[in-house]
Design a protein around this ligand. Structure first.
Ligand SMILES: [Zn+2]
Ligand SMILES: [Zn+2]
Length: 266
C-alpha cells in the first residue's frame, strides 16, 4: 500500500524517522510521498527521498506560510522541484479555517502564492496535491482551477485530505482530480466548518479515483486517535474504505496503488 501524503519531514519525526519508515515497510506500506509546506520542509522532504528508495517528495508553500515567504521563494521552489524524486507540487491551495496555532492568512495573498504554484507545476509538467479548508476556500479553489484549466496536467493531481460538500467533490472529480482520504474518515462527527460527514464523500467517490494518505503526524485514525499518526496506519484507513464500499481490503490496496502510479510518475 502507498501513503500518498505525509510529513516525515516535520519535527515530530526528527528523532525516529528511520524506525517509522522501517515499521511502514514491515506493515506493507512500501512507498511514501512526503509533502512540503514551506521551502525548508520541502527541502527536507527531498533530502529524505534522496536517502530512501521508497520515499518521494512533493514540494510547495502551504497557504499558512503564504505571508512568510521570502522574495525569491518561487525560484528556490523551482530549484528544489527539479530533483528527479520530486513527483508533484504540493501541498498548496487555500485555507480559510482559523486554527489555534495559525490565524487566517490574507486570502488575496494566499491566492497569489497558489496561482504562482499552478504556473510552476505547469512549467515543470508536474501534478498537484491541493490543500483545501474549509468549504468556502474549496469553492474558491475550484473556481481558480476552472479558470486556469490550461495550466493543469492531463491528470491534474489530488485534492488531498478531502472534505466538504458532495457538490465540491463532484466538481473536483469533473476536473479530473483524484481524491485523497485520511484517518479522519473514521471520525464519527462532521469536521468543524465543513458541511458533510467524510464517510459520505468516501461512499460517493469511485475507488478508481481514491488515494489513501496518512497526513502523519496528524489525523490518526480511530482507535489510535490522540496518538501521533504514522504511515503504517494507512492500513486502518484502507480497511475502513473497504468496509464503507463493501469491497475487499486487497482490492482497495491494488486500486489505490494503481491510482498513485497513474497520477505521479514514481
Ligand atoms: Zn493539508
Ligand atoms: Zn499535509
Amino acid at each position: 500500500m502507498i501513503d500518498c501524503h505525509c510529513h516525515l519531514n516535520f519535527h515530530a519525526f526528527e528523532n525516529d524517522f528511520e524506525t517509522v519508515i522501517k515499521d511502514a515497510i514491515e506493515n506493507g506500506v512500501h512507498t511514501i510521498i512526503n509533502a512540503g509546506t514551506q521551502i525548508s520542509s520541502s527541502k527536507w522532504a527531498v533530502d529524505l527521498a534522496q536517502k530512501y528508495d521508497n520515499l518521494y517528495a512533493v514540494v510547495a508553500v502551504h497557504p499558512h506560510h503564504a505571508d512568510k515567504v521570502e522574495k525569491n521563494w518561487l525560484e528556490k521552489l523551482e530549484k528544489i522541484a527539479s530533483h528527479p524524486k520530486v513527483v508533484g507540487i504540493g501541498e498548496c491551495g487555500l485555507d480559510y479555517f482559523s486554527y489555534q496555532s495559525n490565524g487566517i492568512v490574507d486570502p488575496l495573498l494566499q491566492e497569489k502564492v497558489f496561482i504562482s504554484q499552478l504556473e510552476l507545476a505547469n512549467k515543470l509538467k508536474l501534478p498537484l496535491q491541493i490543500h483545501s479548508r474549509s468549504e468556502k476556500a474549496r469553492t474558491r479553489i475550484l473556481d481558480i482551477l476552472k479558470t486556469h484549466k490550461n495550466l493543469l496536467q492531463k491528470i491534474p493531481g489530488t485534492f488531498h485530505c478531502m472534505a466538504g460538500s458532495i457538490e465540491s467533490l463532484k466538481k473536483a472529480l469533473d476536473l479530473g482530480f483524484y481524491i485523497g482520504f485520511d484517518g479522519n474518515i473514521t471520525y464519527k462527527s462532521i469536521p468543524p466548518d465543513e458541511p458533510e460527514l467524510l464517510s459520505k464523500l468516501v461512499e460517493y467517490t469511485p475507488i478508481d479515483r481514491i488515494v489513501v494518505e496518512s497526513d502523519s503526524p496528524y489525523l490518526t485514525p480511530i482507535p489510535l486517535r490522540g496518538k501521533r499518526n504514522e504511515p503504517k496506519y494507512v492500513i486502518i484507513t484502507g480497511k475502513y474504505i473497504a468496509a464503507l464500499k463493501n469491497i475487499s481490503f486487497e482490492k482497495v490496496v491494488e486500486q489505490t496503488d494503481k491510482n498513485v502510479y497513474t497520477i505521479f510518475k514514481l
